[in-house]
Ligand binder design. Structure first.
Ligand code: FUB
Length: 311
């Protein structure tokens, strides 16, 4: 085999597997990680993709999916969706911001914020693509009708199968029930009451019957960076009781992540700018998250080494 062919194969093999470290994806820039554990027993991460050289978040495109079964070895499943696949999307492309994925009755629903017009900030839609596989073959089905122009969708499916959509940015956070088709709001989106200093990046998870809504705050004056806060409720749509800050600022202006349990351990996914040292070229990270006996979340300590292998 020629040396150049060998090098090519080596490069492909390297790009397909990422290792235990933070950031855990190092060959491209990734942000806004939404993590889920699906029926095949693997943990999947659906991040957005920052594109270099950056122009704010304008050029973000081409969502990849990553999965692991040990929190050490990560598989890159490749690009699952790009702006040019979106029939109703803005003609200039880009602006494929923080996504989420949900699974119901064997179908995976990929939710992505994308504008439908040149005036991007006024034309955000929450697009939906579906597949019977968690990390390939997604087809855009349309967008959720009747919503305000908002970003950062998060879909939480409760134990009884009822799904809830949350979204928000710029100080507004709303939630509502999804109908069985996972693409129609049942009733109206309602404000999430009780959050303190909400900015964006809504994520909802449930532990021991208590609902947790986490989000990033507006800690951004004089060179400061966003922190992660959370609130709890006994109902998925609130009202919420504010609980505090669970992650201090990182080296990146924004933060956005998810909280998930895998093989008996809770994890916090988030992003930093550790690879680029530039706010808009971010990289996804993960560390262990711990609860106190009263259900409050201890501060997550970002590490360079990551959580290590699952026990
Ligand atoms: O990644 C683009 C935007 O930056 C996300 O939608 C926000 O949550 C922030 O992370």
């Amino acid at each position: 085999m020629k040396r150049t062919t060998c090098l090519l194969f080596a490069a492909i093999a390297f790009s397909a597997i990422c290792h235990a470290q933070n950031p855990f994806v190092t060959d491209i820039y990734t942000a806004d990680p939404s993590a889920h554990v699906w029926a095949d027993g693997r943990l999947y991460v659906y991040p957005s993709h920052d594109v270099a050289p950056p122009r704010g978040c304008d050029l973000m495109d081409k969502y990849h999916v990553y999965s692991t079964d040990d929190m050490v070895h990560w598989k890159d499943h490749g690009v699952i969706l790009q702006a040019s696949d979106v029939p109703w999307g803005r003609k200039e492309g880009g602006f494929m911001w923080a996504p989420d994925c949900a699974c119901k009755n064997g179908v995976y629903y990929f939710y992505f914020p994308h504008p439908s017009g040149t005036d991007w900030n006024k034309t955000w839609k929450i697009g939906v693509a579906t597949s019977t596989k968690p990390a390939s073959d997604f087809t855009v089905k349309g967008y959720i009708q009747g919503l305000e122009p908002m970003i950062d969708p998060c879909v939480f499916v409760d134990n009884d199968g009822q799904a809830y959509l949350y979204y928000g940015g710029g100080g507004i956070c709303k939630g509502g029930k999804l109908k069985n088709d996972m693409m129609t709001i049942d009733g109206a989106m309602q404000p999430m009451v009780g959050l303190e200093d909400f900015h964006e990046a809504t994520w909802v998870h449930k532990r021991k019957g208590l609902y947790y809504l986490s989000y990033s705050d507006n800690h951004d004056s004089a060179g400061k960076h966003n922190r992660m806060r959370y609130a709890t409720s006994t109902s998925p749509l609130g009202p919420w009781t504010y609980r505090g800050i669970f992650m201090d600022p990182t080296d990146s202006y924004t933060n956005h992540g998810s909280i998930v349990e895998y093989k008996g351990q809770w994890y916090s996914f988030y992003h930093t700018s550790a690879l680029s040292h530039f706010d808009w070229l971010r990289s996804i990270c993960v560390d262990k998250l711990y609860y106190n006996a009263d259900g409050t979340i201890r501060k997550v300590i970002p590490t360079k080494t990551g959580p290590g292998p699952v026990k």
